[in-house]
Design a protein around this ligand. Structure first.
Ligand code: NAP
Length: 315
């Protein structure tokens, strides 16, 4: 694992990293920052006493506090890793304590709303560079994190227009050292791209699992029993954190509704093909989508192993 991430840096990139919210993403950042010597000190703030206790037990940070404002004292990199809906309150609380020249970032799955929520509370003397590591699992909490979570995954930076180039470059370096491929784009564009690649697929999974559950008769027996089919993969996605995903949909409303409109039209077209026995239409679509799957595997974002690369239980 250490090999995949490369050796630790001789000199840390940052003197003090403050991580606010230390669940799956925050704790993975803490782990990789420690492993790669990306920051000399790591300070964690989390609202939850249980999470703070686990962060201490796992020795993920040099200092753990309940107070976000306290955590940012002397930090030259602050990464907010709480659910998106908490970002405005956190920004308001840390604003007065931020050191001049500090980089303030986040990991939210939505970018436009994060900028609107945080920017007004941040002082002019900090560099605000929102980010989204496109990496995760359906697990939550500090025990679920791991140092290689970001390895080979994209991290999208959405610096506002006119952002300080040196600060953007430094945050870019941080994520590259964490193993990510880093790309920069506008916040609105990010939200549209993620609506199609992540948010709407999650909504579809939540919906199909909910529909199956509503068919109570089936759920009692067959759904669980026969869930080795495609349904099982939907249940994995639909097990994702309810708070995080509620906030994603409330905060990326416009892009999600736009993509959902297109999706509904295409679903109606599929319905028509099935009704009218248009086998060629179905075959052509499925051939096109199979090619997309192949190109995702070829780009290294997925494994070609059958069963989504799940481990053989006999191994
Ligand atoms: P998580 O495991 O639930 O961790 C979030 C942590 O933040 C929890 O410990 C939570 O405490 C804490 N928190 C909530 N409000 C807070 C506040 N006001 N101050 C300090 N801490 C607070 O969630 P996650 O999966 O790491 O997601 C965190 C962020 O990463 C979200 O913005 C999400 O959009 C983004 N993200 C997630 C994924 C993914 O796959 N999970 C991928 C990319 C980006 P409680 O448990 O008490 O609420």
């Amino acid at each position: 694992m250490a090999e995949r991430l490369g050796p630790p840096l001789a000199d840390p990139l940052f003197a003090r990293l403050a991580i606010i919210g230390c669940g799956l993403i925050g704790s993975s950042i803490a782990r990789v920052a420690r492993r790669k010597n990306l920051a000399r000190d790591i300070v964690v703030a989390d609202i939850s006493p249980n999470v703070r206790a686990r962060v201490e037990a796992l020795a993920l940070a040099d200092r753990v506090t309940a107070d976000p404002c306290d955590s940012v004292t002397g930090a030259d990199l602050v990464i907010v890793c709480a659910p998106v809906g908490a970002n405005a309150t956190i920004a308001e609380s840390i604003g007065p304590a931020l050191a001049p020249g500090a980089i303030v970032s986040d990991v939210g799955s939505v970018k436009g709303a994060v900028v609107t929520a945080m920017a007004p509370h941040l002082p002019k003397h900090v560099y605000f560079i929102p980010a989204h590591p496109v990496a995760g699992t359906e697990q939550s909490g500090p025990d679920a994190g791991f140092a290689t979570l970001f390895h080979g995954r994209w991290c999208i930076l959405t610096p506002p227009e006119g952002a300080n180039e040196a600060a953007v470059a430094k945050l870019h370096r941080f994520w590259s050292e964490a193993g990510s491929n880093v790309e920069t784009m506008g916040a609105q564009h990010h939200d549209l791209v993620l609506a199609i690649t992540s948010h709407v697929p999650h909504l579809i999974a939540y919906n199909i699992v909910g529909t199956a559950d509503d068919l109570a008769q089936v759920t009692q027996s067959e759904v669980i029993k026969f869930s080795a089919g495609g349904f099982r993969d939907f249940t994995r996605i639909a097990a994702s954190d309810p708070t995080m995903w509620r906030d994603v949909f409330l905060n990326n409303k416009d892009a999600v509704l736009e993509v959902l409109g297109r999706f509904t039209e295409d679903l109606s077209a599929l319905q028509r093909m099935i009704r009218w026995g248009d086998g060629d239409g179905l075959f052509n679509l499925f051939t096109r989508t199979r090619a997309i799957r192949r190109s995702i595997v070829e780009s290294g974002q997925e494994t070609a192993a059958p069963d989504f690369g799940r481990r053989d239980p006999d191994q």
